[in-house]
Design a protein around this ligand. Structure first.
Ligand code: ADP
Length: 687
């Protein structure tokens, strides 16, 4: 009763403390999961505007960075002296990633690049933006050190007649010149340098009337002349020649031959720099000259190519607050930077290196878009080619606008499909459902096992209580008889000697019944405390079984039962004699106890391959199949009339099971109510 009250309390606590909260939590979580899709949608909407802002911000910041870098580079150029040789170290020139060329104007006048400011912009197109003539430091004779000597040399070269390069017109026809050039090349290949030079001087001293051809031809002639001097290892002369061509170039009236000149100067300067005997300071000066001159030539080339655009952007009025203006055409993107971005009358026009500029912006955008993976968007170029993101099929467009004025990029945001949102939240939902299911299953299983355990405990307690009462009853009955007979004998009331003998025999019988009962209890407790007390030996099972049979045969015979026995000799097993004895005894005892006369009991010990098989069969009351698995439990007794009228403790088969287990033997039972039972124990044969 106590136990069941505790049980009730336990059930209440369990239900109130675990099952109910778990159920409520599960219900709430289920509802939350239903909301998950709604939340995801809301989250998406919020993310959308954040994403849009961040994309725009990223572009703006990167562009602002480029403006800053361009400004720094232009200020550096502005502060530098404009002379070629005095133009600091070429390495200090600040290039900006994403910008191909920078042009500096002041009050509408080009001040960088500036090769020959006196002559470059004579063309009417540029008349407004031409720099006032400035002297180039190369010509200044006062400059110190090597530069001085180099300037001197240039100065001299300028006046020297012998090295004077082409500044003339040919009267001969192009073909003739080409023939002449072919001949010079032939001599050059034959290494007949003197002859080649002779022809070159004819060519150089004869003017030519066709300007554009003249430029290219002039540089070809110059290059050949220079090469021959190098081949003849006349390095000093080669240097002087190169400088004289430079002077001639700077004095020229137009810049049509920029590309061919660029090629000549680049080749010539590079070759000069490879001269072994070139002094270090000279080398530095030539290196500077090469870098700065070539860069400026390159910029001039750009200016020349896009002069219309430059003119237009120069004239454009900058209306934006930042002082930045773009002009984007198919072949070039320019931006103009002026007041208030720059101070005073300064204007910078920069030509974008579109690819590098694009890469800069793209890299910046990639980091932004990475943190908004779930938003469908695309960034496309003017020709609709995709730059970043993806264009989802049939998705309605939420918003579209241009980003980056320079590159004409279009930024598009698309509506997200509910299906997609569901798909994204599905795995999270699965996880939550899984967790809840797991919690519920655990609670249910836990409760189930807990109740089973409690019920078993209850049963065991009841059994033990039952056992104690039946054991004390069993002990009391023979004791009462012994006490009664002993008292009668003590009073001396028994006259006849037969009576005394009869009573003494009864006392003896009751005493041995007591002994048996105590033996069963002891046996059981011995088993319960494990095999530590066992004495393992190799023994003949038949001898053990025969001994038990001899001790109990009389009881069976007296009851009117017939025994059939077979004890095969030399059937050895490893075991504890006392334990095996009690196993055999319990099985034969039960057979006698639960068989009514007339009945048969068959005891058989035999060997089968590696096994020793011991069986006890009776024709008794049998055991219902529903009871068969229970009868081996501690204190278990079948609750029918027959069993109740038979004395017992419910420990016999429990002892048999334990002994078999400790001897690694198997027990099987075949039984039918009303027909009889056969218990079979199979032992491993001992070697
Ligand atoms: P008990 O002391 O009651 O005999 P056991 O553990 O030896 O306890 O047996 C448990 C129960 O199994 C018995 O109460 C009885 O109902 C049943 N039983 C055991 N052996 C037999 C048998 N040979 N024939 C019929 N019933 C049996």
């Amino acid at each position: 009763m106590q136990v069941s009250r505790n049980n009730l309390l336990f059930v209440l606590l369990f239900a109130g403390g675990i099952i109910l909260p778990t159920a409520i939590l599960s219900y709430l979580s289920f509802r939350n999961i239903q909301n998950e899709v709604y939340l995801a949608q809301k989250n998406f909407d919020e993310n959308l505007s954040a994403f849009q802002n961040e994309v725009e911000d990223a572009i703006e910041k990167e562009q602002a960075k480029i403006y800053q870098e361009t400004k720094a580079a232009s200020l550096f150029l502005y502060e530098q002296p404009q002379g070629l040789l005095d133009f600091g170290h070429a390495t200090e020139f600040k290039s900006v990633e994403g910008i191909e060329a920078i042009f500096l104007f002041n009050k509408g006048t080009l001040i960088y690049p500036d090769l020959s400011s006196r002559n470059f912009f004579k063309s009417p197109d540029f008349s407004s933006s031409v720099a006032t003539p400035q002297s180039i430091n190369l010509y200044q004779e006062e400059t110190a050190g090597f530069k001085d000597s180099l300037s001197q040399r240039i100065y001299l070269a300028k006046r020297s007649k012998s090295l004077k390069p082409t500044s003339f017109f040919f009267e001969t026809h192009d073909d003739q010149i080409q023939n002449l050039l072919g001949l010079i090349r032939f001599y050059y290949k034959q290494k007949n340098y003197d002859e080649a030079l002779k022809l070159l001087s004819i060519l150089e001293n004869s003017p030519h009337q066709q300007g554009y051809l003249h430029a290219d031809l002039t540089r070809a002639v110059n290059l050949l002349h220079f090469e021959i001097l190098v081949k003849q290892r006349k390095h000093q002369e080669a240097q002087d020649y190169c400088l004289s061509v430079l002077v001639q170039f700077l004095e020229k009236q137009d810049i049509d031959d920029v590309s061919s000149s660029k090629f000549f100067f680049e080749t010539a300067f590079t070759q000069i720099l490879s001269f072994e005997k070139l002094a270090q300071d000279k080398r530095e000066a030539f290196w500077n000259l090469r870098e700065n001159f070539n860069r400026q030539l390159g910029y001039m080339d750009i200016l020349h190519h896009h002069k219309d655009q430059f003119q237009e952007i120069l004239n454009d009025v900058v209306s934006s607050k930042e002082g930045i203006l773009y002009r984007n055409t198919d072949d070039a993107t320019l931006f103009k930077m002026s007041y208030p971005y720059l101070s005073g009358d300064q204007v910078v026009i920069a030509k974008l290196d579109r690819n590098a500029y694009r890469t800069r912006l793209l890299n910046r955008l990639k980091t932004v878009t990475q943190s908004f993976k779930n938003i469908p968007f695309s960034i496309t170029e003017k020709n609709d080619s995709l730059i970043l993101g993806s264009i989802p099929k049939d998705a309605p467009i939420i918003g579209q606008h241009e980003i980056s004025e320079a590159l004409d990029w279009e930024f598009t945001l698309y509506e997200k499909d509910m299906q997609d949102i569901r798909k994204e939240t599905r795995h999270r939902m699965f996880l939550m459902y899984g967790l809840m299911l797991f919690a519920l299953i655990t609670v249910i299983f836990g409760s189930f096992f807990m109740f089973r355990f409690i019920t078993q405990e209850r049963k065991l307690l009841a059994m033990k209580a039952n056992f104690l009462s039946s054991v004390s009853h069993e002990l009391k009955t023979p004791l009462t008889s012994i006490k009664m007979f002993a008292e009668m004998m003590a009073r001396g009331r028994l006259q006849k000697a037969e009576k005394v003998q009869e009573y003494s025999t009864l006392i003896g019988k009751e005493a041995s019944r007591l002994e048996n009962l105590i033996g069963a209890i002891l046996n059981y407790t011995r088993m319960e405390h494990g095999t530590g007390a066992f004495k393992w030996e190799r023994l003949d099972f038949s001898i053990c079984a025969k001994k038990v049979f001899d001790a109990v045969e009389d009881i069976g015979v007296e009851k009117g039962l017939t025994f059939y026995t077979h004890f095969e000799p030399n059937v050895f097993v490893m075991g504890d004699y006392t334990a095996l004895y009690s196993l055999v005894q319990n099985l034969i005892d039960n057979a006698i106890k639960y068989t009514e006369a007339p009945g048969d009991i068959t005891i058989d010990v035999k060997s089968e391959d590696d096994w020793i098989v011991f069986s006890v069969a009776d024709t008794g009351i049998g055991i219902a199949s529903s009871e068969q698995k229970n009868i081996f439990n501690d204190f278990y007794r079948v609750g029918d009339e027959m069993t109740r009228s038979t004395k017992g403790s419910g420990l016999g088969l429990a002892t048999v099971k334990r002994v078999a287990e400790t001897h690694k033997a198997t027990i099987s039972l075949v039984s039918k109510p009303g027909k009889g039972s056969t218990f079979t124990v199979k032992f491993k044969r001992a070697e």
